[in-house]
Design a protein around this ligand. Sequence first.
Ligand code: CP
Length: 305
Amino acid sequence: MFPKNLIAAENLNKENLYKTFNKAKYFEENYNIKEKFDDLIGYTIALAFFENSTRTRLSFELAAKRLSADTINFTASTSSLAKGESLADTIRTIDAMLVNMYVIRNQYAGVPNFVATITDNIIINAGDGKHEHPTQALLDAYTILNHYTKFEGLKVSIIGDILNSRVARSNIIMLRELGAEVRFFGPGTIMPQHINCWNVEIHNDIDEAINWSDAVIMLRLQNERMQSGLLPSMGEYIKFYQLTLEKFIKKDKIILMHPGPVNYGVELDHRATKLHNSMIDKQVTNGVFTRMAVMSLLAKNKNNL
Ligand code: CP
């Protein structure tokens, strides 16, 4: 059975992950800008983004519209939150407008779970603090599947600011559920203190990571969630942790991924945009199909309950 909400990667078991990928493939193959799908006719979706976003917000909005839903946008800074209204009251107010689904991004971990205690409507987590970003992991996995056609035996390295990354947390759970092997690489000061609870191996240097991997997922330094003083200098970070063109092209069978936004010149060489095995733009496109799939399946499940 499909879950009621998508708040964390563990909400989707292997069977439901493949159900989502198959549905995303259907939308990818039948996407026609002149004709909408009718999966979400009669649905109103609140896009409640309390934190900045470009690709997640726009792809959820586009996905909802392609499925014939109506969307309403909520921006914290221009809402009555700024006048002292509580989050709970804000949700009850939006609920009173008869919405059916919330897509929530928030700077604090746990907000989508909290909202699920207030409303009976469908909740999708679009990124909550350092906790999770399950639809990013879904689109990353779908991109890997499209390229390699399977997960079993595949080796994926996640490189950079693991400590502050909700993408790393969702990806390690989802990719392992699918059968891939995951390793990390990054400065020790921005690795989670209790990394052993994941039982994950850490590469010794970036050359080793590239040599071992079928896919590398590069991460941005998430300064908005980072304590100051954790990195001695940007020059040192670039020297030891940046993925340069020279290092990357040494390996034949490998793909480059990044959830975005990319800070070119920091974690990635500017010239990486020209790599034929960069999936960064494909990830964005696949975000629309995977988000269409997950919204459609959650709505279908709710209608059948
Ligand atoms: N990958 C990602 O979440 O990007 P945005 O912050 O632009 O949505």
